[in-house]
Design a protein around this ligand. Structure first.
Ligand code: PLP
Length: 231
C-alpha cells in the first residue's frame, strides 16, 4: 500500500474514533484533504484511497491542477486567502468557498454566481485568534457580516471556518475551537436570513481530533495525509 493510501485510511479511522468519542456519528464529519503543493497525481491517489473532499489554497494552483484532473471524483473546496479579482475562477467550480471574510468578497462572489445563474455555498472565515497578519473577520464583526447575507441571493452562508494561531499543543488549540463553537451556536440562535449554520470547519493535522471533540463537523488535513510540505 502506498504511503498516501495508508495515511488516508489512518486519518479516516482517527476521524471516526474522534466522532464516536464525541457522541457523534462518523458520517457527520467531513474530512477535507488539504492538497496545496501536492501534484495532481498525488491528489488522485488520495481520492482513490477514499477522500471525498479536497481543499486548495491558491487560485492559480487550483486552476492548473484542475485541468490536470487532480480533483476528479471529489468535491472541491477553496480554503485559502481569496482576492476579489480571482473570484471568477472559482465560483461554480468549488462546491464550498470556505474563506469569505468581508462584505466586498461576499458581494463579489454573489454577483458572479448570480450572473452564472447559480447559488454559491460559502463559509465565513473567522480570525478567532485576532491575529493582525491573518485573514478572517474579527469575531465581534461576524454578526454584522452575516446580517448582510440577506442582500446577496447568489450566495448561501453555510457555516464558519477558522485557522487558529499556531499552538504548541492541541490542548492549547482547544480554547480557540471552543470559542468557535460558541460563536457557531450563538449565530444559529440569531436566525440571520440566508445564513444556515450547518458546517463548522476547523482542525488540521495536529489537532483535528480536538476540533471534533469541540464540535467541528469538517476538518482540513494536509500533512498527515501527504507528508510534510517542502516549501
Ligand atoms: C494547509 C492548510 C490546512 C492543512 O494543514 P496541515 O497542518 O498540513 O494539516 C488546513 N487549512 C488550511 C486553510 C490550510 O491552508
Amino acid at each position: 500500500m502506498s504511503e498516501i493510501t495508508e495515511n488516508v485510511r489512518r486519518v479516516l479511522e482517527n476521524v471516526a474514533e474522534a466522532a464516536i468519542r464525541a457522541g457523534r456519528s462518523p458520517e457527520d464529519i467531513t474530512l477535507v484533504a488539504a492538497t496545496k503543493m501536492n501534484t495532481a497525481e498525488r491528489v488522485q491517489e488520495a481520492i482513490a484511497a477514499g477522500i471525498t473532499d479536497v481543499g486548495e489554497n491558491r487560485v492559480q494552483e487550483l486552476v492548473e491542477k484542475r485541468v490536470q484532473g487532480a480533483y476528479d471524483g471529489a468535491r472541491l473546496h477553496f480554503i485559502g486567502h481569496l482576492q476579489k479579482n480571482k473570484v471568477k475562477n472559482i465560483v461554480g467550480v468549488c462546491s464550498l468557498i470556505q474563506s469569505v471574510d468581508s462584505y466586498e468578497l461576499l458581494k463579489t462572489v454573489s454577483d458572479r454566481a448570480a450572473a452564472a445563474g447559480i447559488v454559491q455555498d460559502v463559509l465565513a472565515e473567522v480570525n478567532i485568534g485576532r491575529e493582525a497578519a491573518k485573514s478572517g473577520v474579527m469575531p465581534e464583526k461576524l454578526g454584522e457580516l452575516l446580517a448582510c447575507a440577506a442582500e446577496f441571493p447568489g450566495v448561501r452562508v453555510k457555516g464558519l471556518m477558522c485557522v487558529p494561531p499556531i499552538c504548541d499543543s492541541p490542548v492549547q488549540a482547544r480554547k480557540y475551537f471552543d470559542a468557535m463553537y460558541k460563536l457557531f451556536v450563538d449565530i444559529k440562535g440569531e436566525k440571520y436570513d440566508n445564513v444556515y449554520m450547518c458546517i463548522l470547519s476547523m482542525g488540521m493535522s495536529a489537532d483535528y481530533a480536538e476540533a471534533i471533540a469541540a464540535g467541528a463537523d469538517m476538518v482540513r488535513v494536509g500533512s498527515a495525509i501527504f507528508g510534510e510540505r517542502h516549501y
